[in-house]
Write a protein that binds this ligand. Structure first.
Ligand code: ARG
Length: 579
């Protein structure tokens, strides 16, 4: 099913070639409905290139444009925009088609990629904190969208399960561990011993030395230290899984840093042999003297004490993903502070001749209400677990007020959907690079651009179908059954037509998200859709309308519910049937 945007772009391109002009960009949706639904600035672009008059070129293009089945006759406006207004019949026809399309009009990508998405990737023996949520939510949503568009996606959790923190953890384990606390809350106990060891090491040279010795022993494969390390990793992964289950996030593989350990010497040898690395002050480094921003920042791939670095394991990871996993596209959903690190890694891969498409997908910070990095009162990172628990508790309160009739188990189930949805949406509806303020009241509000608002729009639609006579509800809304009756669609009222056009845009919006990894494009679209729906619902009675308007409006309701549900699902957010 070709979108209106694609159809109009194709027609425009035909018109340009028959006018002897080159292609000059896609048709885009207008920002102001007074100028119709779509527009092209081709005439302005071409006029500038050729030193001609834009409206004149526009007229020339329009005279060749054949869009009769889709649009009213195109008009030229302003400085030379060509404007298109969709024909009502074309929209009616499309809505009837969408009703029978499981994919709601969204086409699969014509050149499917083999992608690995590296996201979440928390560190072992440290709590997963609010700073990891953006990577987890964003990575999960991007993976869902890529999969829906037909790409082959592997979700990889590159956990930080190897590194200098284990010197501390092992020393702490041997000297400070409280087994009871470990049983009760393993991560909290691991964090406690890590922190206390760190404090002692700062003050006391002998502890510092002992910590270093434990790390060296671990790296040399000492069985006792290795067993402690293994236990810490296991306990942490268990804890992470609990969070992932609650968040409905899944991974295909978990290849932590330690997975690459025995490949690291090979990486260093290879880069030395290829002449890409050199020895400098006893360390092995890759220099980027020709790249101004990296000129002063070599990547150290083997320290002078023989130890390997984060960079070394990421170089091994690139190899593994391209050669073992056979990926052609590598996405790293990791915060902006690691930008330089990934520039180095991608540059090294490029120098090694790797052709894959490498993308670092960075994001900004989550701030507390004081606009500083979000912290607990005692200045710690907020543990993810506490955050989600609070989201659910707060959501439960809101639901209890809104709908006191719900039974307790129902209320608890819905609270989970609303609470988690709110936290995810607050994040995904922001442009990823902007820092945002984490505000419970804002994210849980039933009005405004929030998950509960969208979920509530969906719930409203579901209640319409529950109220409609059961046979009609069955007929129109039974997506699972698949045998929906043909319902004629008539879009007589302006709000009906507006809603219908918005529904047709879903297919245009979803692929756009991946152009610059902006989930906020989809979120904003869903918000607009819910607004369009409310405008329609206020202006047009549904169940009380006469036929054929009644069935036609039920179709609009059905599709709106379907798009809201699918759109939210692509963001990793569920919808309840009631709330
Ligand atoms: N564990 C790292 C951190 O918490 C993120 C890892 C990102 N992925 C990677 N391949 N380096 O900062």
């Amino acid at each position: 099913m070709e979108t209106f945007q694609a159809q109009l772009t194709r027609k425009l391109s035909d018109a340009l070639s028959s006018a002897g002009l080159p292609f000059a960009g896609e048709v885009t949706p207008t920002t102001d409905p007074r100028f119709g639904d779509y527009q092209s600035n081709a005439a302005m672009v071409l006029a500038k290139q050729r030193g001609e008059n834009p409206p004149k070129i526009a007229e020339r293009i329009v005279s060749k444009l054949d869009v009769a089945g889709i649009s009213e006759p195109p008009s030229v406006a302003g400085a030379g925009f060509i404007n298109f207004t969709l024909k009502r019949e074309a929209v009616e026809k499309r809505i009837a088609e969408l009703l029978h399309d499981e994919r709601l009009g969204v086409a699969t990508d014509s050149s499917p990629k083999k992608i690995v998405v590296d996201f979440g990737s928390p560190n072992v023996a440290k709590p997963m904190h609010v700073g990891h949520i953006r990577s987890t939510f964003l990575g999960d949503a991007l993976a869902r969208i890529a999969e829906f568009l037909g790409h082959d996606v592997i979700r990889d959790n590159h956990v930080g399960d190897w590194g200098t923190q284990f010197g501390m953890v092992i020393w702490g384990w041997k000297n400070l561990l409280d087994r009871e606390s470990l049983k009760r809350d393993p991560i909290a106990e691991l964090v406690r011993i890590y922190k206390e060891t760190n404090e002692r090491a700062t003050k006391d040279e002998t502890v510092r030395e002992a910590v270093r010795a434990e790390l060296v022993k671990l790296q040399a494969g000492d069985p006792e230290n290795f067993a402690i390390w293994k236990q810490c990793v296991g306990l942490s992964l268990q804890e992470f899984s609990k969070a992932y289950k609650l968040l409905d996030v899944h991974y295909d593989i978990v290849r932590g840093e330690s997975f690459y350990n025995d490949r690291l010497p090979g990486v260093v040898d290879r880069l030395l042999k290829k002449g890409l690395a050199e020895i400098s002050e006893g360390a092995v480094c890759v220099f980027f003297r020709d790249i101004p921003e990296l000129a002063e920042k070599p990547a150290i791939i083997r320290k002078s004490d023989g130890g390997f670095n984060y960079a070394t394991s990421d170089i091994a990871t690139v190899d593994y993903r391209i050669n073992d996993l056979k990926r052609d596209t590598l996405w790293y959903v990791v915060g902006a502070p690691q930008t330089l690190h990934f520039k180095q890694i991608f540059e090294i891969a490029r120098r090694e001749g790797e052709k894959a498409d490498f993308r670092h997908i960075p994001f900004g910070n989550v701030l507390g209400e004081n606009r500083k990095l979000m912290k607990t009162r005692s200045g710690e990172n907020v543990p993810l677990h506490d955050l989600l628990k609070e989201a659910i508790t707060r959501a439960e309160k809101i639901i209890a007020e809104k709908n006191p009739e719900l039974s307790e188990p129902e209320r608890k189930e819905i609270a989970k959907i609303i609470g988690i949805g709110a936290v995810k949406y607050a994040d995904l509806s922001q442009y990823r690079m902007t820092d945002y303020v984490f505000s419970w009241d804002k994210m849980l509000a039933l009005h405004g651009n929030t998950a509960p608002y969208l979920q509530n729009a969906y719930v409203r639609i579901r209640s319409i179908f529950r109220k409609a006579d059961p046979s009609s509800a069955q007929q129109v809304f039974d997506r699972a059954g698949g045998s929906r009756q043909q319902s004629a669609v008539t879009l007589a009222e302006p709000t009906e037509l507006g809603l219908a056009k918005c529904l047709c845009q879903f297919a245009e919006i979803v692929p756009q998200v991946l152009n610059d990894f902006r989930t906020n494009i989809l979120a904003n679209y869903l918000f607009e859709l819910a607004n369009s729906f409310h405008a329609f619902y206020e202006a047009c009675p549904v169940l009380k309308a006469e036929e054929p308007a009644r069935s036609s409006r039920l179709v609009l309701c059905d599709l709106t519910g379907g798009v809201l549900q699918r759109g939210l699902k692509l963001l990793g957010i569920e919808v309840p049937e009631r709330m």
